[in-house]
Design a protein around this ligand. Structure first.
Ligand code: LMR
Length: 327
């Protein structure tokens, strides 16, 4: 008996030792933008907070600039367990849900307050779980900001875009938006945009001030129209298998760290709208055009018919809720 108790105690000690030395949980966070962007800074903040609060228990590795996975592959890789967190733009979930396309409708949100209101409202919160059956869980929304149009020639009115080739993200709504002004949309990964612009394989693209600045698109585009015609925000996602497999306490700390990291990223996003626009303006490399109300109305008139084409896929209830957030 004594021998048995002794053996059991020894086994217990060994097990405790094993648990204490258990390998930390590795969390790979893969994204496509530069580090000096809202998403880049948010990812680093998440690493800092999560590792400080769960010392030895989790290690967060951040891979910016499409180093690990580009746009097309990251969600597949997540479902295979090769990456645990990503924050693709809301325009890159087409394969998994059609509902998030609501965010791509041109001229839907009048400003970022409206975006915030919709995302935090019941419909926006429902969307976080819209891919759970496909194995993806939304942990929250992260802002980047409203999109601007850039091109090799001045885009003052929609006819100026006629016949030009624009790079777009993998969204059918964005394709329809450019077709509506007679342009040719090309779905290309973010990592290829600079070279495509530089070599003039494409004429233009649409993006936020921070992406246009941090990826130097302004150095290879003579004109930027401050159109604010659409949105680039992100859904921070993880795989259901990974997330649900965590211990409750660990999951709670990671979620709180993510919420704080997102708040940090959102603050940077709000600052960059002005600061990165100013950096571009100061560089003198690209001419920025502010649209008059009359010119802006022409873009709205040309692009807004896209809404009706996608209302069945997206759901009119979602579109109505998004529109209502402007009030
Ligand atoms: C793009 O592909 O233009 C953006 O979604 C990149 C990003 O993640 O901001």
């Amino acid at each position: 008996m004594r021998l048995f108790i002794g053996a059991a105690v020894a086994a217990g000690v060994m097990l405790a030792g094993f648990v204490a030395q258990a390998e930390p949980i590795k969390i790979k966070f893969s994204h496509v933008v530069a580090e000096n962007t809202p998403k880049g800074q948010m990812a680093l903040k998440f690493k800092e907070l999560a590792e400080a609060r769960l010392p030895g228990k989790v290690v967060v590795e951040v891979f910016p600039n499409s180093q690990l996975f580009g746009d097309g592959k990251v969600l597949e890789a997540m479902l295979l367990g090769d990456v645990q967190i990503a924050a693709p733009s809301l325009s890159k979930f087409n394969k998994y849900t059609k509902k998030l396309q609501v965010f791509d409708l041109p001229f839907l949100f009048k400003d970022m307050d409206a975006v915030e209101k919709f995302q935090n409202g019941p419909k926006g919160q429902e969307l976080l779980n819209s891919m759970e059956k496909k194995g993806l869980i939304g942990l929250g929304y992260l802002h980047n900001g409203l999109k601007q149009l850039s091109a090799s020639r001045e885009l003052r009115s929609p006819v100026d875009a006629d016949g030009l080739k624009f790079r777009i993200q993998t969204s059918d709504v964005l394709a329809a938006q450019f077709e509506a002004v007679g342009a040719t949309p090309l779905k290309k990964p973010f990592s290829e945009v600079f070279l495509l612009l530089q070599t003039k394989a494409i004429d233009g693209q649409e993006n936020t001030w921070s992406n246009i600045y941090s990826k130097k698109f302004f150095e290879v585009q003579d004109h930027i129209t401050a159109s604010n015609h659409g949105l680039i925000d992100y859904l921070v996602v993880t795989s259901a298998e990974f997330w649900q497999g965590l211990e409750d306490d660990t999951r709670k700390v990671l979620k709180a760290s993510m919420d704080e990291a997102i708040a940090h990223g959102n603050k940077i996003a709000a600052e960059k709208v002005n600061s990165d626009r100013k950096r571009i303006a100061d560089s003198g490399r690209s001419k920025i055009l502010d649209l008059s109300a009359a010119d802006r109305a022409k873009w709205v008139e040309a692009m807004k018919p896209v809404w009706a084409k996608f209302s069945d896929e997206i759901g009119q209830d979602l579109i109505d809720a998004a529109v209502a957030s402007n009030n």
